[in-house]
Design a protein around this ligand. Sequence first.
Ligand SMILES: NC(=O)c1ccc[n+]([C@@H]2O[C@H](COP(=O)([O-])OP(=O)(O)OC[C@H]3O[C@@H](n4cnc5c(N)ncnc54)[C@H](O)[C@@H]3O)[C@@H](O)[C@H]2O)c1
Length: 284
Amino acid sequence: MSIENVLVVGLGMMGHGIAQTSAQAGLTTYVYDNDEKSRDRGVARISEQVMGRVSKGKLTEEQAQKILGRIIPVSRFEEAKNADLVIEAVFEDLDLKREVFRALDKVMPDATIFASNTSALPISPMAAVTQRPDRFIGVHFHSPVVVMRLVEVIRGLRTSDETLEAVQGFLQRVQKSPVEVKKDSPGFITNRVYMPMFNEAVWTVYEGVATVEDVDQAMRDGFNFPMGPLQLGDFVGLDTMLHILEDLNEQCGGNKFIPCPLHRSLVASGYLGKKSGQGFYSYG
Ligand SMILES: NC(=O)c1ccc[n+]([C@@H]2O[C@H](COP(=O)([O-])OP(=O)(O)OC[C@H]3O[C@@H](n4cnc5c(N)ncnc54)[C@H](O)[C@@H]3O)[C@@H](O)[C@H]2O)c1
C-alpha cells in the first residue's frame, strides 16, 4: 500500500514538524488540532520555517509555495477522509490518545493506517480501542523532527507485516531512517539504552566521582559521542527526563531507572536544562 495523503492530529511541537516533513516530501498533509489556535500556530510555524529556507537559498519561492499548498488545515476528521495514514501527536496521555483513536476509528475508512507518535506509552492498548489493531503502529519521531532522521517504528501485538511495510515505505519517502522495534516494550530502543546511561552519569556526579564536565568529556572523547549524556539531558529537559525515568522505573523495576536525588533537586529548583537557562550547565 502506498501512502499519498496523511492526516496529522495534534499540531504542537512534534505534530507541526511531522506535517512539515510530510509536505516537503510531496504528500498532501491534512492538519487537525482540537484547539484551532494551536492548529493555526502550528501552520504559521511551518510557514515561517519553510520561508526561512527560501531566505537561506535552500528553496525557491515557488517550491516553498508548493510545500505550503500541500498543508490543509481541517476542523473535522471527515474533511480528511482520503488520508491513507493518520499520525497522532496529542499530549502524552493514554486515556486521551485512546479517546482520539476511538473517534478517528468511527470516521476514517477501514484501510487507513493509524500511527501514534507516543514517546513511551504502549501501542497495543491504543490499538485495542479500534476495529483495526492490525493497521495500527507506533512511530516515534525525534525532536526536532525536521532535523532528526531517526524514527522508531513500534509493532503492537497485532500490527500486520503489510502495515509495517507501508509505514516504513512512507518514512523512507519522507527521508527518515526507520528502525523496527519488534515488541511493544517500555522505552523502545532509544530510551531503554540512553536513560540508564544518563542516570548513571548523574549518580557519578552525585557520588563525587567526577565533575559534570569530566563525565561528559569522558563519554565524548572515549566513545566519540557528539554530546555527553548530561548535556543531552539538559537539551531534552530535566523535567522530561525525570518523567521518563519514573515511568520506566515503574514499568520495569530493578535499579537501572531509579532517579538520583541530585536529579530530583535540580528539577524541584526549576533547573530544567536549556529551556530554563540552567541545568547541569548554564545557558546565557
Ligand atoms: N517533545 C518531544 O521531544 C517529543 C519527542 C518524541 C515524541 N513526543 C510525543 O509526541 C506527542 C506530542 O508531543 P508534543 O511535544 O508535540 O506536545 P505539544 O504539547 O507541543 O502538542 C500537543 C498538541 O496536541 C493538541 N491536542 C490535545 N488534545 C487534542 C485532541 N483531543 N485532539 C487533537 N489535538 C489535541 C494540543 O492542542 C497541542 O497542540 C506526545 O505523545 C509526546 O510524548 C514528544
